[in-house]
Design a protein around this ligand. Structure first.
Ligand code: NAD
Length: 335
């Protein structure tokens, strides 16, 4: 099958920036088709696949096979899973591995994993030979709807998160929703915090739609309201929301992009207070969104929050966490 036919089977959206445009493909079975997509875009045959030790055993083989079949020579570099790997030391290790494998300035980097892998592989791509192309293959919901879009890459320092980094947009993003089947329920749900955030800041209709969704059930993505096609549409909509905001303020300098930090002030404080262990980012963000809504409702009589009819959220435990929380925020603001 030709690559154009393959692309038609996936839905896609384009991120349009000042000087760059890139496509995001969203669909099922896309991992097996990476080689075809790469062949359309890259002349050089060498590339690095950067992944973590949870994700690589699940998906790297499929990816390597597809790349090799398309004539590429991939080098797999695996780092330990988790936020603690987002360091300059790991960046150095990855770059050493790429140099040893003979990758040069015409090679490219594929990040296969969640937001940690997206951030570190993007940073490596930004600095290797002063910058080589980056392909993102996000495998968590959070990474699909948020971190793979917008070009922010980087690592943490002892004194804080993401203190060193670069804006380096990917050339292509491939969201294979099949990858979400192996994600734990907790990780899947934390991705929903970013979706709820996008709904609150940019799409009242989407917020209302979310009320009919039960909390995600990764092993059965194909069934129920939250089945794969519905999930694909939701992911696409979220990418469009984020990319439109990013396009207005690519380098995060005129305040537009700060909208995406909604709920993050309190969320980060909660994350930090928990030593980055007690709460996942999305969980802390859910609480941060609740706090921001409660403050807005109480202090600012925030019309937008009233518009999205928070009363329809009953507090039923099967709703995504943020929705439940916002409902609570509304109740407590009445007290
Ligand atoms: N660049 C940005 O704009 C941006 C935005 C938001 C968050 N982030 C960053 O994203 C990171 C958080 O990302 P995350 O929540 O994806 O965490 P993560 O990358 O640590 O992934 C979470 C866990 O899930 C595992 N995993 C990933 N995909 C899997 C799959 N399909 N099946 C089974 N296990 C899987 C990982 O190995 C890891 O243990 C943070 O470092 C944060 O700073 C960046």
């Amino acid at each position: 099958m030709g690559s154009d036919a393959i692309e038609k089977r996936a839905s896609s959206t384009t991120v349009s920036l000042d000087k760059q445009r890139y496509r995001v493909l969203i669909g099922t079975g896309l991992l097996k088709q990476i080689g075809t997509h790469a062949r359309k875009r890259f002349a050089r045959k060498t590339c690095a696949i950067i992944s973590d030790n949870n994700v690589a055993p699940l998906f790297a083989r499929r990816l390597e096979k597809s790349l090799v079949a398309a004539g590429f020579r991939p080098t797999l570099i695996t780092i330990p899973a988790d936020e603690k790997s987002k360091t300059l030391e790991q960046v150095g290790r990855i770059c050493d591995g790429m140099i040893a494998a003979g990758l040069d300035r015409q090679s490219f980097v594929i990040g296969l994993g969640g937001g940690v892998i997206g951030d570190i592989s993007g940073f490596v791509a930004a600095i290797y030979h002063r910058g080589i192309p980056h392909v993102q293959i996000p495998t968590t919901l959070l990474a699909m709807v948020d971190s793979s879009i917008g070009g922010k890459t980087g690592v943490n320092m002892r004194d804080g998160k993401n203190l060193i980094g670069a804006i380096h947009h990917p050339l292509l993003v491939i969201d294979d929703v099949d990858a979400l089947r192996t994600l734990s329920r907790r990780e899947f749900n934390q991705g929903f915090a970013e979706i709820i955030k996008h709904a609150v800041i940019a799409d009242a209709k989407m917020f209302r739609t979310l009320q009919s969704w039960k909390a995600g059930d990764p092993p059965s993505l194909g069934s129920g309201v939250a089945g794969a096609p519905a999930l694909q549409r939701l992911i696409k909509r979220n990418i469009q929301i984020k990319s439109r905001i990013v396009a207005k303020d690519e380098r995060d300098q005129i305040g537009q992009r700060a909208l995406l930090n909604f709920g993050h002030t309190v969320g980060h404080a909660i994350e930090r207070a928990g030593g980055y262990r007690k709460f996942l980012h999305g969980e802390a963000l859910s609480l941060g969104i609740v706090a921001a809504c409660a403050i807005s409702i109480k202090r600012l009589d925030c019309r937008r929050i009233n518009e999205i009819q928070l009363s329809i959220f009953s507090g039923d435990s099967s709703y995504p966490q943020g929705c439940r929380g916002i409902s609570c925020a509304r109740r407590s603001s009445r007290q």
